[in-house]
Design a protein around this ligand. Structure first.
Ligand code: PRE
Length: 295
């Protein structure tokens, strides 16, 4: 692959996904390139500035990363080449020696702030909340004793900061799903890997032909009839009319399988918008399995 874009700067959880992905692929020659926000990274892949990139797409506490879904639906034609799932541990990070009652402002990425919503209230009350492009940007920005950032242990260590509270997310079990994106026609999954990386999941986006009773049921019945397990269904606005939706559907199986090809053909006939985002391998890491630990 040689160059792999990720949501940076160094110290983000997306960097952790990228490093662990390359390690699983036994790839020690690709260079990581940090992009400061998800929008810029996705456009850079689409424009051919970087051959591939890793972005967050869903979290177990806060749900979808909408910017990623919306760009994949409306702005670009990219393929998902792999899925990487990681456990996420957030930390409340401060200048050395700062006590909780000194903190007047908390800085982080909106997903991280949302994953820690209850604990922010519980420990910091009605503190000011500042949203930035990534958790690592928040940690890098921390400049006074009245501020705290939410981010990775690695980012705290790199900036010589202190962890005031580890495991600051509202539920101790917390995962984020990331996807590896590239332009169509690129096959990044060939080659060596620490584990078999066969395509085992497919993601599509569709809009039903007509908004009428039972249409969603009809579409989903295609999967039920062939005993195909759906792993996610999510709706996002079409951006045309209020009440019109695109459905993002993930399911188990490879779009090259005969049965799945047939399902996709039938769905396409019943859709006014239809896009296959790709069939891809899933890499799921537990904290023990992470080759590179950022948490
Ligand atoms: O800001 C980061 O560190 C990221 O990698 C982004 C991101 C996200 O957008 O979901 C990744 C993992 C966590 O869910 C929190 C933030």
């Amino acid at each position: 692959m040689k160059r792999l874009g990720y949501l940076g700067p160094p110290g983000t959880f997306t960097e952790m996904a990228a490093v662990n992905y390359l390690e699983a692929k036994l790839d020690n020659s690709s260079r990581l390139e940090a992009y400061i926000d998800i929008e810029r990274l996705i456009m850079a892949i689409a424009d051919g500035e970087v051959p591939a990139g890793i972005v967050p797409i869903e979290n177990s506490l806060e749900g979808s990363v909408n910017i990623t879904l919306d760009y994949l639906a409306h702005k670009v034609n990219l393929k998902i080449q792999a899925e990487i799932t990681l456990p996420i541990v957030h930390n409340l990070i401060v200048k050395p020696g700062v006590k909780l009652d000194e903190i007047e402002k908390v800085i982080s990425h909106p997903q991280a702030l949302a994953q820690c919503r209850d604990n922010i209230k519980k420990y910091l009350g009605d503190t000011e909340i500042v949203k930035v492009n990534s958790t690592a940007e928040a940690v890098n920005q921390l400049s006074s004793r009245n501020e705290a950032a939410i981010g990775s242990r690695l980012a705290a260590r790199r900036n010589n900061l202190e962890i005031s509270k580890a495991g600051f997310q509202d539920e101790s079990r917390n995962w984020t799903r990331f996807v590896l994106l590239s332009r169509p026609g690129v096959n990044l999954e060939a080659g060596r890997a620490r584990q078999a990386l066969a395509a085992s999941k497919t993601s599509i986006i569709l809009a039903p032909v007509k908004n009428r009773p039972g249409i969603l049921h009809e579409l989903l019945e295609e999967f039920a009839r062939k005993n195909i397990n759906l792993t996610k269904i999510e709706s996002r606005p079409t951006r045309k009319t209020l009440g019109d939706y695109l459905f993002f559907i993930d399911f188990e199986g490879d779009s090259q399988d005969r049965e799945i090809k047939e399902i996709l053909k039938n769905l396409r006939l019943k859709s006014s918008y239809f896009k296959v985002l790709g069939s891809y391998a899933r890499l799921e890491f537990t904290s023990e399995e992470l080759a590179v630990e950022y948490n």
